[in-house]
Design a protein around this ligand. Structure first.
Ligand code: KG4
Ligand code: ZN
Length: 344
């Protein structure tokens, strides 16, 4: 089954053609980072306008690169939640128009189900059940994955997401937007023990939730007290800041893997591209006997191949959305695991 995927939930306009939820025929991403960089974060109205300009050329490029036409497509999958609603609507309206003129089936995809599906585009994906750590610019969640689309959220961030912590930290240090990649690069030559920063909510009594806003405030206090560093001191501060985020993510993930008795762990979302996180999680897996799976860096950040992969599984289950499908700025990934347990 050949699926056209569309993604426009934030600041990437993306389209992709994927066969059978695994084989990527084309994967086109038009990033808007240049549009937003001068503001230090995504400006929703500018994002919507850039999506309008980009969406048709991006879909055309995806079809051309796949050597495909709309006639060859068996279904259309589009991110409809969560995200910036004006941005989501551009991809959604395009997908609906294409579904209407071609008569092909349409399914909406939850953006985080998309991130969870990026790993199935890799040659050796994890089996079910497995544990997933979703770390993106807008979300941080620990999730048990029992099957395609069958997920239970164990915990999530109570305030800033991990990617948001990277972005806000980078903004504070004058490193531009998006900040994750810049901090990652500088951290590689820095000393992670140079500056003491808090590791919040790591005690067993804090469950599976995360909090990163205190770390950002600690960085602010450090910069106020010592000024914005340069050269080696900047690399040291970036390494220390990154280590504080990574340590919390790894500690909670390994505890959750142990409790759930899971030996396969995937990391996905933009922050999964972080080299420090990849290395630390892999080392934890060696110690605790779980295998770590991470999509290639370009499939950690937003793309439409992951949306096509997630949509494929909805389509093969026979699920369809009508042209009344709506966009939603927020949408739960799943019911909380405890709620499900309570129903059993
Ligand atoms: O998944 P994504 O593309 O968009 C959302 O769904 O939010 O994630 C974007 C986030 C940004 O916060 C960005 O700074 C972060 O992923 N990111 C990274 C790295 N590459 C992207 N964070 C840490 N290290 C990286 N190498
Ligand atoms: Zn994302």
């Amino acid at each position: 089954m050949r699926v056209l995927g569309l993604e426009s939930s934030c600041d990437e306009t993306a389209a992709a053609i994927v066969d059978d939820g695994t084989l990527v025929r084309s994967d086109v991403v038009a990033s808007q980072h240049e549009v937003h960089a001068r503001y230090g974060g995504v400006v929703p109205e500018l994002a919507s306008r850039a999506h309008i300009l980009n969406v048709v050329p991006v879909v055309q490029a995806a079809l051309e690169r796949a050597g495909s036409t709309l006639d060859d497509i068996d279904g259309i999958a589009v991110t409809n939640a969560p995200g910036l609603v004006g941005a989501l609507l551009v991809g959604l309206q395009t997908a609906k128009a294409l579904a209407w003129v071609t008569g092909k089936p349409l399914v909406g995809v939850h953006h985080l189900h998309g991130h969870l599906s990026a790993i199935y585009l890799e040659p050796d994906p994890p089996p079910h059940p497995h544990l997933a750590l979703i770390v993106s610019g807008g979300h941080t969640s620990l999730v048990r994955v029992d099957g395609h689309g069958d997920v239970s959220e164990l915990g999530a961030t109570r305030d800033d997401a991990a990617g948001e912590a990277f972005d806000k930290g980078a903004k504070l240090l004058g490193l531009g937007y998006p900040g994750g990649m810049v901090i990652d690069t500088l951290a590689q030559t820095g000393n992670p023990k140079a500056v003491e920063l808090p590791r919040s909510m790591t005690g067993a009594e804090t469950g599976w939730d995360f909090s990163f806003s205190g770390l950002k405030t600690a960085l602010l206090h450090h910069v106020r007290a010592h000024g914005t560093p340069e050269g080696q001191a900047l690399s040291d501060l970036c390494a220390s800041y990154q280590a504080a985020i990574v340590e919390v993510l790894v500690r909670k993930t390994r505890r959750a893997a142990r409790r759930e008795g899971l030996h396969h762990v995937q990391i996905c979302g933009g922050v999964a591209a972080n080299s420090g996180l990849r290395t630390a999680m892999t080392a934890a897996g060696v110690e605790d006997d779980f295998r770590v799976y991470v999509p290639k860096p370009a499939r950690c950040t937003d793309n439409a191949a992951m949306i096509a992969a997630a949509g494929y599984h909805r389509l093969v289950r026979g699920e369809r959305d009508g042209l009344g499908l709506d966009a939603s700025p927020s949408s739960p990934l799943s019911r909380r695991a405890e709620e499900r347990a309570g129903e059993r």
